[in-house]
Design a protein around this ligand. Sequence first.
Ligand code: UDP
Ligand code: UDP
Ligand code: UDP
Length: 451
Amino acid sequence: MSNTGNQEPRPHIALLPSAGMGHLNPLLRLTATLAARGCHVTVITPIPTFTAAESEHMDEFFSTYPNISRLKFQIVGDEPPSEFDPPIFLQWQSINRSGHILRPLLTALSPPITALFSDFVAGLCICPIADDLKIPNYFVVTSSARFFSLWALLPYINKSHDDEILIPGLSPFHISTIPPPFFNPNHLFTKLATSNAPLLSKAKGILLNTFDYFEPDTITAIRKGTVLSDLPQVFPIGPLKDYKFGKGNYPTWLDDQEEGSVVYVSFGSRTTLSRDQIRELGDGLERSGFPFLWVLKTSKEDEGELRDLLGDTFFEKTGKKGIVVKGWADQEAILAHPAIGGFVSHCGWNSVTETTRFGVPILAWPQHGDQRLNAEVVEKAGMGVWERDWGWQRERLIKGEEIGEKIEKWMTDEKSKTQAKKIRVEAKKALEANGSSEKALSDLITTVKKN
Ligand code: UDP
Ligand code: UDP
Ligand code: UDP
């Protein structure tokens, strides 16, 4: 398309996703959304990619959208990435250290870039470039507004005293919900957070993959400047939609199951449970009596036959009652299936926001990082339950009996089901004309065009 006649200028937005499927997916969704709104978009893809899943998804994305340009950005690596239990923070650091390589690539782009949309963990890479080239940068937050508030304030919080961290306008943050690395100033995650957070105020805007109905108090507090006074305008534009437009694949076994009967179990793209916990979870699913679809990721040392991992009798006992998919499954296609009645989730933020679109209640089992704060959001919104004493990843072994009982109780809890359906309605409304997220997105595009 060319800019002829009275047509408005078409902004050229370059998007920089950082490493990890949980960072790539929302940025690709946003890219597809912007392209559908007539923006010219370029996706900057750091090379080498962090996992095989990310390369595969990018290939699929660019073949689905041949008009979207890809700018490969060779980063200076510290260590070679591995596929399981990956040193994701090292990769974030590498991206942050490679801004000098990205800069000339961006200046060479044509038409010239009008705005940068970058992952909020990549500020050290992008801000100096945005400053130099005088291009406005917008940060894209891939976690909850609640986690974002903690992140924004992290450099200024003293974590050594009380049981709670108080952030004005928000419900208190109990220290048990704070990502454990944040108590260690030498942890790479903490160093990245404390060096990236002060850059937020340099951005032209902050995009949140959440919506007003889902995190009302937090979004209000951020907007009012009570969380941090010098934050730029925030745009809650979520829940970001699947870029495959409902064309994904799910295991056809689901078609044979009753509506709302199946427990879906997944801990995201990179979290693995211990071998013992995997067995106990299998036992718990069997005991619950509900059909289940379990997407199971294993660590390198647990590679091999499912039978070895789950026990010889597992598949005999469960029969056709459940299926286990090892590796990758298309989560959006699964969540969209009417047979799904509940989601046992680690509460990665993408999993949570995807679930809001399908009205499925969550049994939260957060494992690390931001996931407890996200589980709090799920709980507060009434979309699910969280068994707090199940601990952080690999902290303690939860027995099958307890898991089975919990699943049974939660799958028959009408309150979560009703509220999850209500949230689906509200998520849909937010994205419709005059909906809060739709308005935020229109505002955003108008602002970008004015740049
Ligand atoms: N995902 C998927 N299939 C899988 C595992 C993950 O489609 O087998 C997707 C999931 O739908 C989500 C993303 O990968 O979009 C994972 O992000 P999330 O924030 O939920 O968790 P993380 O993997 O970052 O812990
Ligand atoms: N099964 C599964 N996922 C797997 C392997 C097995 O869900 O990756 C279940 C599935 O219901 C299958 C049954 O276990 O029909 C029998 O498994 P078996 O290991 O005997 O595998 P098969 O030889 O049937 O492929
Ligand atoms: N982890 C992660 N994302 C996070 C926090 C942790 O993937 O936001 C992973 C990390 O790679 C490691 C595990 O979770 O495999 C435990 O990490 P953490 O830093 O909490 O533990 P520690 O450094 O104390 O062993």
